[in-house]
Ligand binder design. Structure first.
Ligand SMILES: Nc1ncnc2c1ncn2[C@@H]1O[C@H](COP(=O)(O)OP(=O)(O)OP(=O)(O)O)[C@@H](O)[C@H]1O
Ligand SMILES: Nc1ncnc2c1ncn2[C@@H]1O[C@H](COP(=O)(O)OP(=O)(O)OP(=O)(O)O)[C@@H](O)[C@H]1O
Ligand SMILES: [Mg+2]
Ligand SMILES: [Mg+2]
Lengths: 257, 257
């Protein structure tokens, strides 16, 4: 079966979508077949990969609420090997709609159950900035959670709450849920705050924190306006180099397990 | 009655909390009495003003779910004239708990109804990164909405969705809800992306966009780790100067109306 990774952190603006898009692109460069599932009603991952809002006739909402199969909901992106299930704004009502369903936190997992390694090597799920039913669905369906951590003060504050939620999902619905890793994002080595956050993270979380740090890099934030990952937009940029290093580290960890 | 402003944008990490804390501090400098209500389960505004999680025995959750009065829930901060109702993590379940209540979107407005100008001149509400029942409660209780807009590509994408939600609240629950303004945050004048976002925002939204832009300024992101607004942490910083200019512009607009 594919390896399923939920990219989540309820703190907003920490680089979840940017990591989902660029890690997916870096895995595809390494000959992996990747599916990106956009679970955020904002639809930033969908836009960042060039699937505009008027092209999202089949979406994550359909998979969760209308029993559409993953195979029917998938869109091709401009990148060979990278497929996407886009998000629409009606996903924001899925939270309240799902609350009434019996199997409300299992919907995504059930949709993934027919899938095999032949379909995809990796499924990445971009989560909204909240610990709501959409994020819980992603954690229940996933093998592991990748946590982007912005190198800023407020970012550390939410981490313990997130770890509690992961433990709760592990105890109630998904006993195998692991932490893939914590990823330092928007890192600026000239700035004390970034260094402080890295020190705190490595002291408290140890090996869980990826060695790879993603630097703050303007080319990263420009790339979605051209509907492409930074790896395509500016292949030699610091951002592209860092996301390739992350893919390599992730694949090495997977082999070691 | 106090003027009530909800600071909201479902896009994460755009500067809602930073604006709530520093605009509150700048209004206090101008002799206004201000109450800041933290509606985000992350509790960043509470931490940023020095009310740590073990001191939040009375909180926004109590006001919404346990009929605690605003007067009983208020904490003093280190700043004379600035009071706070802190947020706790159980607020994240308030969303699902509130869904069952009859008057689920009116809870905060009812809690504010006994308040008068003698209590506060301004009430600022820091919202979570989502269009959930907590944010709807804030919009129903508010006179106006202030929208921080990060000067980045993904930021513009969510704006139309937010405007639709504001219109919906105006039509169903709060006919007087106005837009206080759209505030450009983390603005970097050396960077094309920032200039592009400013141009797009002023072209599409005109006068709604504040003249004041908040620059990206490291002192702003350092100040919450010292539990103080940037106005106190580094009074001469570009961030402090910009938030004072914002308070002045806001007060001028209020007089003009
Ligand atoms: N390494 C980086 N260097 C510079 N800018 C970055 C970097 N990573 C992300 N950004 C920018 O920071 C902003 C926030 O990133 P992003 O939208 O990926 O975060 P998010 O966690 O998905 O946000 P949300 O909580 O709203 O879903 C975006 O404008 C993005 O382009
Ligand atoms: N003008 C600025 N210059 C530099 N850094 C800033 C500025 N404004 C905000 N920040 C930093 O950017 C990050 C995001 O800001 P903030 O937490 O206020 O956004 P938010 O919209 O409240 O996020 P959330 O969606 O999680 O509630 C924080 O680490 C903050 O310190
Ligand atoms: Mg995102
Ligand atoms: Mg905030």
């Amino acid at each position: 079966a594919p390896r399923i990774i939920a990219i989540t952190n309820q703190k907003g603006g920490v680089g979840k979508t940017t990591t989902a898009i660029n890690l997916a692109a870096a895995l595809v460069e390494r000959e992996c077949k990747v599916l990106l599932v956009d679970m955020d009603p904002q639809g930033n991952a969908s836009t960042g990969l060039g699937i505009m809002s008027d092209q999202r006739d089949r979406s994550t909402y359909d998979v969760l609420m209308n029993d559409m199969s993953v195979a029917d909901a998938v869109h091709q992106t401009d990148l060979d090997g990278l497929s996407l299930i886009p998000a629409t704004t009606d996903l924001s009502s899925a939270d309240i709609d799902l609350a009434k369903a019996v199997d409300r936190s299992q919907k995504l997992r059930k949709a993934f159950s027919p899938l095999s390694q032949k379909d995809w090597d990796y499924i990445l799920i971009d989560c909204p900035p909240s610990l709501n039913l959409l994020t819980v669905n992603a954690m229940v369906a996933a093998n592991s959670v990748l946590i982007p951590l912005q190198s800023e003060f407020f970012a550390l504050e939410g981490l313990s709450q997130l770890m509690l939620s992961i433990r709760e999902v592990r105890q109630t619905a998904n006993p195998d849920l692991r932490i893939e890793g914590v990823l330092l994002t928007m890192f600026d080595k000239r700035n004390n705050l970034s260094q402080q956050v890295e020190e705190d993270a490595r002291d408290n979380l140890g090996e869980i924190v990826f060695q790879t740090r993603i630097p703050r890099n303007i080319r990263v934030s420009e790339s979605p306006s051209y509907s492409m990952p930074v790896l395509t937009y500016d292949t030699a940029s610091q951002g592209a180099v860092a996301y390739r290093a992350l893919a390599k580290e992730l694949l090495n960890r997977a082999e070691a397990v």
